[in-house]
Design a protein around this ligand. Structure first.
Ligand code: NAG
Ligand code: NAG
Ligand code: NAG
Length: 447
């Protein structure tokens, strides 16, 4: 038995990437791949940052680093192995093989580029005619941020802006901001940023993470709040934009819809290129968090550089279609299999579509125009974003956090400079509920 199975696998291995799940869930027929760009330099440096000198950032600000390039090249090689059976034997057939989309930023375009080099290498037999070129060029498509509802999620949407505004005016929201007021004061004082909101937490946290990884010593005042408790408002900044069903639908919904539509188009042979088996999306941590939270499978952790979500359509021998969603949030480790609430990890496509129906917009543009007549949203969305980092982002939603709490005034975090007390005291552990919120299960290949 074992030897027969082994023979089958090794015979198929020539054209198939096997992960040991085929017999149970079927062979991968189509895959949508969403990833975050690789390691980058900080987007911006606050006035109080000791590493403002550009000598520390030869790549420029907000740019992919050499490490980031390699991360994606290696992921490309990994994808080549995993999906060999749905890639063309002749890799020069790139146009039929793959559709690549990216947000319109250097770092995401370059990440996609590096990844393609890993998937579409020029093989030795073909090398002679290419005078030193090592991979086939692959087209990468992008649209400007103001019209990108799919990946950047910055296309104007009045209803979304309205929902954000509604929440920002709420008592709940302000109570939550209060919870971090002391830390905010501390950071305002030391960073020299006069204006402060949740997005700044995301931005600063990422900057300190990058500096730490470059072995740049963080000042004492940073150490006092980084990584903890800064990680709390940082994680919240990833979750709040898709807090309610309505928010999910307008922000993460377009991508969820794209994934499901690609699957159906593949099955019904309606893709522009019916033979195509792969579509790829190069985007941001905020894209991944929005999509995963919209599907109910976000783990309340900032998606790391070069993290990647695989949405696989698998077909069993009896013709059933299952969707498997994997989260490869470490470049070295196997991906995690994520389970959408209400379904098995291998979720029948029709069932998945039914479960996700409330968060899939039927007509995004129409729904975006659905705001109360009395509402005046001047420049739609504009006031609700920060432009400081070149990338408009939405801030928002905390209601649940308040509901989870005792209901009274939120406790504050004391980060007074002279106070030696443990800053952890008296702070509700959002990270604990965050961990619980994760419903990811680990699955190792071949087990
Ligand atoms: C897509 O996958 C099928 C099944 O493995 C394969 O026959 C086909 O050639 C693949 N398409 C491309 C463009 O490689
Ligand atoms: C990756 O995701 C898993 C599952 O949610 C989680 O347990 C793990 O901590 C994550 N790792 C990182 C580096 O975020
Ligand atoms: C906030 O910090 C100040 C000192 O900066 C301290 O006196 C105060 O008690 C703190 N408030 C809370 C609720 O921790």
């Amino acid at each position: 038995m074992f030897s027969i199975a082994f023979l089958l696998v090794s015979a198929a291995a020539i054209s198939s990437a096997y992960d040991g799940l085929e017999s149970e869930y079927g062979v991968v027929e189509y895959v949508n791949i969403l990833f975050r760009h690789g390691a980058r330099t900080p987007d911006s440096l606050a006035p109080g940052d000791p590493y403002r000198d550009m000598k520390y950032w030869p790549e420029g600000l907000g740019q992919l680093t050499k490490e980031g390039i390699l991360q994606h090249f290696n992921l490309g090689v990994w994808l080549d192995r995993r999906y060999r059976h749905i890639l063309p034997r002749d890799r020069s057939q790139v146009n039929e093989a793959i559709n690549v989309f990216s947000t319109d930023w250097d770092r995401t375009l370059m990440s996609a580029d590096a990844e393609m080099s890993g998937i579409f290498p020029i093989v030795r037999g073909d090398a002679a005619r290419w005078s030193g070129l090592t991979s086939y060029p692959v087209p990468i498509h992008s649209v400007p941020p103001p019209t990108d509802k799919l990946l950047e999620v910055t296309a104007d949407c009045k209803r979304y802006a309205y929902l954000v505004k509604e929440f920002q005016d709420s008592k709940d929201y302000n109570q939550i901001l209060n919870r971090y007021q002391n830390m905010t004061d501390h950071l305002v004082r030391h960073t020299g940023n006069r204006f402060f909101n949740l997005d700044f937490y995301m931005e600063l946290y990422t900057t300190y993470f990058i500096e730490e990884n470059r072995d740049l010593e963080l000042p004492k005042w940073v150490r006092k709040v980084y990584p903890w408790p800064m990680v709390e408002p940082t994680v919240l900044s990833f979750v709040v934009p898709t807090w309610t069903t309505d928010m999910k639908r307008l922000r993460g919904g377009p991508f969820v819809k794209e994934v499901i539509e690609n699957f159906w188009n593949k099955i019904t042979m309606k893709l522009d290129q019916p033979n195509q088996n792969i579509s790829m999306y190069s985007a941001h941590d905020t894209t991944i968090s929005a999509v995963l939270n919209t599907m109910g499978i976000f783990n309340w952790k900032q998606p790391p550089f070069a993290s990647m979500v695989l949405f696989e359509l698998r077909k069993t021998q009896s013709g059933d279609r299952n969707v498997l969603i994997w989260y490869k949030n470490s470049t070295n480790d196997n991906p995690w299999l994520l389970k959408v609430p209400g379904c098995d990890a291998a979720c029948p496509l029709t069932k998945l579509e039914r479960i996700l129906k409330p968060v899939i917009p039927e007509n995004w543009a129409d729904e975006c125009n659905n705001v109360p007549l009395t509402t005046r949203v001047d420049t739609p969305g504009e006031e609700l974003h920060t432009n400081s980092f070149g990338r408009r982002k939405n801030k928002i939603y905390f209601k649940k956090l308040v509901e989870q709490g005792e209901g009274g005034a939120p406790e504050r975090i004391n980060v007074d400079d002279d106070d030696k007390a443990d800053a952890r005291q008296g702070v509700p552990s959002t990270t604990t509920s965050a961990t619980k919120a994760s419903n990811a299960g680990r699955l190792t290949f071949g087990e």
